[in-house]
Design a protein around this ligand. Sequence first.
Ligand code: AMP
Length: 629
Amino acid sequence: MSYQHSYDRSIAAPADFWAEHAHDLAWFRKPTEILRDNPDGTHQWFADGRLNSCFLALDHQIDEGRGEQTALIYDSPVTNSQQTFTFRQMRDEVARLAGLLRDLGVQQGDGVVIYMPMVPQAAMAMLACARIGAVHSVVFGGFAPHELALRIDDARPTLLLTASCGVEFDRVIEYKPLVDSALEQSSHQPRKVLVLQRPQARATLKDGRDLDWHAALANARPVPPVELGAADPLYIMYTSGTTGKPKGIVRENGGNAVALRFAMKNIYGMQPGEVWWGISDVGWVVGHSLIVYGPLMNGCTTVFYEGKPIRTPDAGAYWRVVEQYRVNGLFCAPTAMRAIRKEDPEGLLLRGYDLSSLREFFLAGERLDSSTHQWLESISGKTVHDHWWQTETGWPVTAPCLGLDGSGGRAGSSNRAVPGYHVRVLDEDGQLLGANQQGAIVITLPLPPGCSQTLWGDHSRYLDSYLNTFPGYYHTGDGGYLDEDGFVYIMGRTDDVINVSGHRLSTGEMEDLVARHPAVAECAVVGVRDEIKGQVPLALLVLKDGVGVGEAQLQSELVATVREQIGALACFNQVRVVKRLPKTRSGKILRAVLRKIADQQAYTPPSTLDDPAVLVEIEEVLAGLARAG
Ligand code: AMP
């Protein structure tokens, strides 16, 4: 079927379009009500459908004759180990783990927090929750205890699953002390903590609360998948908003299953039996959609990689994995390719491997700069596709639709809208803009299946964050434009969110931490360009009069604070003292102007600016950074 035909139909008749795509999913009960309009502007897909996501990912694949096919390949250069699991083995392990969760008191609808490194048990834990209708919330292992505590207090889990340690190429990171510290900081306490002991560092278990994973599992009995409603939540994925409180994006079982099946087939062009590699971590949305649920629900073998693009052991790591497992399709973030390019600019390591199984590359998570795009195409001889999505959507908004004759990208664009997404551009007053005019990127409601329709425990924040700014549209928070043929160009966030190595972080949260320092009168944190990471945060500070602390000392104290409270993933290293920050006459810091200067974009000083001279100093500071970089 042609892309254009599908797309037009999905916009003209969304319910009919998605009813057709939902039809042959292995529902326990097929939905008869496809799309319901809620009075608050949200939508409910497949309201009366009944299904189970773990059943679709594992049991159903066995029913379809894939029991002996490899479901998951665990490849861990950091521990020098590899392991494969067939769909049957995965199902059996997951069914027993689900039985254990139930024995430990986890019931349908309960929260379960998973704070684990990239070990197969993390995927099994997610699927085990899905099997019994518990709502998992995976927290990225790089987050510091404070961040974990925030998520524990919001998700209020019955159980927390963790491992004794994560393993990096040069060190072992003990997880258990981080979990213990988080639980000291959180007011909510899970009933039990299940700890997977890894040989690289064994954790001390706290009597009465902590349980050894393997010992507990030895006595567990397998349980079958429960029947869930399409609207029942499958998981919560926390993402950074503009404040310090993370947003708990809720994904529903029904929409997610339909959307991911559609995406794997029609966007990524993957067939059952093929090998897919989503290079990310289970702690991010990609880990949910493109490492666990998407590939498995589509009968693909998923590669589960505990390593890095470089230094595990070298910048040929990705090429080794592609050759070894005959990977057919691959997703990664541009930052990984920039890291490889830095170490191996000529692609010499790549030449030593057979990449003939790989059809193309899909990159997303942050802006794909044209230089990295061209470099990857030239060293690999394969097409590189840019595509754009968000934690909230759970699957691509714009992408080439390889399963629908939709190839053929355009330089600088992350491709055209995927069927289901009516992407438009609005000006500040909510008026539609024409081709090549830059503004706020929005999606006309209804959002297609799979996109989040609420935030965990805070529906009004969902409405405020996404639907209330421009009534009738979902507000993506990204700025950009569409060209005359509908190709979408993403220019960056229009809010206080930055993207460091494909990870979304709140500058507002960093500002809160920086502002607490006794020497700081006021501050602004903005994202500045970085050659490898895309963006990194920069703090601009105005000091209180007469403080006796030097800039270097202040910098090291603030860097330590952010590292301790948010984590090393924030890459918060740059602090500059300035005399003043640009403000409106009413005293509000003009962050939008700072963002534009940092991005080296043209800007017009707003008429509300109290003193234009202040911008000269800021420009000098930021230009100095670019020269130093
Ligand atoms: P996350 O929810 O962490 O996946 O971050 C989503 C944000 O990453 C989007 O709102 C964009 O700002 C950015 N992003 C994702 N993919 C792309 C892309 N292909 N090009 C530009 N920015 C992207």
